[in-house]
Design a protein around this ligand. Structure first.
Ligand SMILES: [Mn+2]
Length: 311
């Protein structure tokens, strides 16, 4: 008799996808990479536990090669022949940020070389810096779409240039990064006026308030065509949805509008990779609301990426 294979059983990989820790053997459309790193956190930490927390709750959504039936799309998403695997985590040594950044960049680069889409779960937002470095793999510019409550465009905090307040600034300095669209910013403490002016001069910035006053189609018009990397800071979501993060913020985005926009981006652009960062399980509810939201958002992006590919 075949095993029933309920979520509570088995190995706790992301959504119980097969584990492939040897990247030389990687044979998949999407490779999930955990990055348990939070030395970039300016204040509250705990993001290093993000990959474990997300993996644990994600097993509830394990359907293997059958995929998930989406009644609104009348389609099975992430179904065979789509191949997804969990690569495990980038090697991390917290006392040595340089070592960690090399490890993250090498992992992402290797996943790209094997022809797979990296699906990265952090970790604090600084991990997007080495991930973006690996995007020089492509022979054309890669555009960035950021979801976030915060601008993350600070030049530096004292001598620190590689913290979780700096990733978009660091990306903007990379010659292989093209346009940058920033969505969801709001509230107090999100960079200085000068940072905002410089971000608005270089990038397209859509605050949460602007987002809520715009038809989705207008937002989509701002998304570049071509190759796009999505960096999704989970605090883009409204505080009522997302307790499990270091800087939760009211006035944020909601699941339906986020997933609809993500679907639109995957239709319009070629999404070549994404990260989802800043999930911090120590602040989560007992029912793992935040980790669940993170897992579902990742599954949604993966489903939409593959729906728009010819296999
Ligand atoms: Mn951020």
């Amino acid at each position: 008799m075949e095993n029933v294979n309920l979520p509570i059983t088995g190995i706790c990989s992301f959504a119980k996808y097969p584990v492939c820790t040897d990247l030389d053997q990687l044979d998949a459309h999407i490779a999930i990479l955990g990055v348990p790193y939070d030395q970039g956190a300016a204040w509250y930490g705990g993001q290093r536990l993000g990959p474990r927390g997300i993996r644990s709750i994600s097993t509830a959504y394990a359907r293997g090669s059958t995929g998930f039936y989406d009644p609104e799309e009348d389609a099975y998403l992430r179904a065979s022949p789509v191949k997804i695997c969990d690569r495990g985590d980038a090697d991390i040594l917290h006392a040595d940020p340089g070592y960690c950044f090399s490890s993250i960049e090498n992992n992402v680069r290797k996943i790209l070389e094997r022809g797979a889409v990296p699906a990265i779960m952090g970790g604090d937002h600084s991990i997007s810096i080495p991930a973006a470095r690996a995007l020089s793999f492509f022979d054309e510019p890669v555009h960035i779409v950021q979801f976030d409550a915060h601008l993350d465009f600070s030049m530096a905090k004292g001598p620190q240039k590689f913290g979780n307040g700096n990733p978009i600034r660091r990306m903007s300095e990379m010659s292989h990064i093209g346009k940058i669209v920033q969505i969801g910013m709001r509230g107090l403490g999100s960079s200085s006026r000068q940072d905002w002016q410089e971000a608005r001069a270089r990038n397209t910035v859509i605050t949460a308030r602007q987002f809520h006053s715009m038809p989705l189609q207008k937002v989509l018009e701002q998304i570049p065509e071509g190759k796009v990397y999505i960096t999704f800071d989970i605090d883009a979501y409204d505080i009522s949805l997302m307790p499990a993060t270091a800087a939760p913020s009211p006035g944020g985005l909601f699941y339906e509008e986020v997933t609809e926009l993500l679907s639109g981006i995957c239709r319009k652009s070629q999404v070549i990779g994404f990260d989802l960062v800043e999930t911090a399980p120590p602040y989560d509810t007992p029912g793992s609301t935040g980790c669940r939201l993170a897992a579902l958002t990742m599954l949604h992006i993966m489903g939409q990426i593959m729906k728009n590919r010819d296999l």
